[in-house]
Ligand binder design. Structure first.
Ligand code: SF4
Length: 242
C-alpha cells in the first residue's frame, strides 16, 4: 500500500472513532493485565462477565493470591482454558509481589517474564495502560494487515514490526484499537462487510464482498424457511408488530 493510502486509511478510521477504547473492562493496570491474560482465545464479553464478579472481591495481586487457585478457578470457569489461566494468574500475582512490589511494571522484558504474558499481552498493557505507541497484533489485526495490504507478512510478530514501521506516527497510539475494532465489526473473518467498509477503495483485497452477499436478516431467514402461506402470515404479523 502506498504511504498516502496508509495515511488516508488511518485518517478515516480515526474520523469514525476519534477515541477508541479497549472493550475489556478494567480500572487499574493490574485489572487490565489480568483481563488481557484471561482474554487469550476468549471473547472480551466472556472476560468482562467473569471479572465483573471477581474484581469487586479481589483486584490486587495480594487479594487474588489470598483467594487461592481453586477459588479463582470458580470465578473464571466460563472462560476457555480457565485452569491454565488460573494457574498463570496466581503465579503472576506472586511474581508481581516478589519483584515489583505488587505493581505492574512499565517494561516489556519484565512484563514478558510474567507467567501467561507473551509479547502480544505485553504490547496491549504497554499501549493501553501506559500509553506506549506499540501495536499488539491479534487475529483481527493480522487479517486486516494482510487483506488490505497495509502490512502483509506471514507471522504476527512480522506484521507487528511492519505496522509499527509504516503507521504514521500520529496514528501509532490508537492504531491497535482502530484495527481491532474494524476487524471485529466490519472486516470479519468469514464474510468481510466490504459493502459498508469506509476503507474499501484503499483496500487491496480482491474478493471483496458485494452488498448482495450481505447475510440475510433474521426475519428473512425465518421467512425463507417457511411454506409460502405461513411466510405471508408471518410477514404480516411482523409488519403489524412494527
Ligand atoms: S474492503 Fe473488505 S476486505 Fe478490505 S478492509 Fe474493508 S471489509 Fe476488509
Amino acid at each position: 500500500m502506498k504511504p498516502a493510502d496508509r495515511t488516508e486509511l488511518y485518517r478515516r478510521l480515526a474520523l469514525a472513532n476519534p477515541n477508541p477504547r479497549t472493550e475489556l473492562a478494567y480500572a487499574s493496570p493490574f485489572e487490565l493485565l489480568v483481563a488481557v491474560v484471561l482474554s487469550a482465545q476468549a471473547t472480551d464479553v466472556s472476560v468482562n462477565k467473569a471479572t465483573a464478579k471477581l474484581y469487586p472481591v479481589a483486584n490486587t495481586p495480594a487479594a487474588i493470591l489470598a483467594l487461592g487457585e481453586e477459588t479463582l478457578r470458580g470465578y473464571i470457569k466460563t472462560i476457555g482454558l480457565y485452569q491454565t489461566k488460573a494457574k498463570n494468574v496466581i503465579a503472576l500475582c506472586r511474581l508481581l509481589i516478589e519483584r515489583h512490589r505488587g505493581d505492574v511494571p512499565h517494561d516489556r522484558a519484565a512484563l514478558e517474564a510474567l507467567p501467561g504474558v507473551g509479547s502480544k499481552t505485553a504490547s496491549v498493557v504497554l499501549n493501553v495502560a501506559f500509553g506506549e505507541p506499540v501495536i499488539a497484533v491479534d487475529t483481527h489485526i493480522f487479517r486486516i494487515a494482510n487483506r488490505t495490504g497495509l502490512a502483509p507478512a506471514k507471522t504476527a510478530d512480522k506484521v507487528a514490526a511492519k505496522l509499527e514501521k509504516v503507521t504514521p506516527v500520529e496514528y501509532l497510539l490508537n492504531a491497535h484499537h482502530w484495527l481491532i475494532l474494524h476487524g471485529r465489526y466490519v472486516c470479519k473473518a468469514r464474510v468481510p462487510e466490504c459493502w459498508r467498509c469506509a476503507i474499501a477503495d484503499l483496500c487491496r483485497y480482491r474478493a471483496k464482498t458485494p452488498a448482495a452477499a450481505a447475510p440475510e436478516s433474521a426475519l428473512n431467514q425465518e421467512l425463507r424457511g417457511k411454506p409460502l402461506a405461513r411466510r405471508r402470515s408471518f410477514a404480516s404479523k411482523a409488519k403489524a408488530n412494527r
